[in-house]
Design a protein around this ligand. Sequence first.
Ligand SMILES: [Zn+2]
Length: 298
Amino acid sequence: MHRKLFHNIYEVDVAYPELKNTFASYVILGDRIVIIDPGPVNFHENLVNALESIGVSQRDHIYIALTHIHPDHYGAASKLVKEFCNAKILAHPRGIKHLMNVDYLWDSAKKVLGAIANIFGKPDPITEDRIIELRDSMLIEISDNSLMRVIFTPGHATHHVSYFLENERIMFLGDSGGLYINDSLAPTTPFPFNYDKAIRSIMKMLGFQPEYVAYTHFGMHNDATKKLLEYMGQLYLWFNICKQNCTDSKEFLKEILRVDHETNEFLNKNKDNPVLSGAVMHSIYGFIKYLEYIQEKT
Ligand SMILES: [Zn+2]
């Protein structure tokens, strides 16, 4: 299922209808076609069907722009490069080795996510000749008058990238702005999350003065500054709760449900969605491990 956001920009709900409003992929049409975060490998046929109805052909020149190498964001890219002969994958230099050899990240995804990893599926390895290495701040030319800026935004993952579409002022967040589903916001901070880097990345994105934010989980929204500041506040709240209750994840969760009304509402609304409710639990673990990490350093 897909919908038009701007005359040349589409949002595809790749896991519709089983897990609707959970994984968004974005398609930007121009001299080059850009697909941001194609989603899990298990849903790649839904994306291919959407691309067909949008009018993308198998010979088009395509950039598959990855925000990071987690299976829910990039898996389908490993199938798309086989079907679309002129497609190239844009990835952070630290992610490239994981695209070529998937076992390490897949094993750690299974360890961190458990059964949820099987909902996403194991991606295929991708050969080096299909990968373009990104640099921070580089500009991707979509058409003569349409440019997309690469912004390195570590925190959720060390190799996380956001993309800023300059004319439309849309910031494609991947997971750098949290989970925003049905008007509720919750952190996505799985191990090895880095709080300090995540906050700096949000400030970096605010510096571009985006008008819209496009979440992979899920959808495009206006009031970009407000949404990014809200996420920064939520991370700050979690960090402070973690400092008080960090040894016990049950106590941590209890305190979050008491003081963070957004996350409380998020969990209530999404209790039947294993991916989204699981993500909040993994976020608690990510914060606890981050606090251990900084305490070891000092
Ligand atoms: Zn994600």
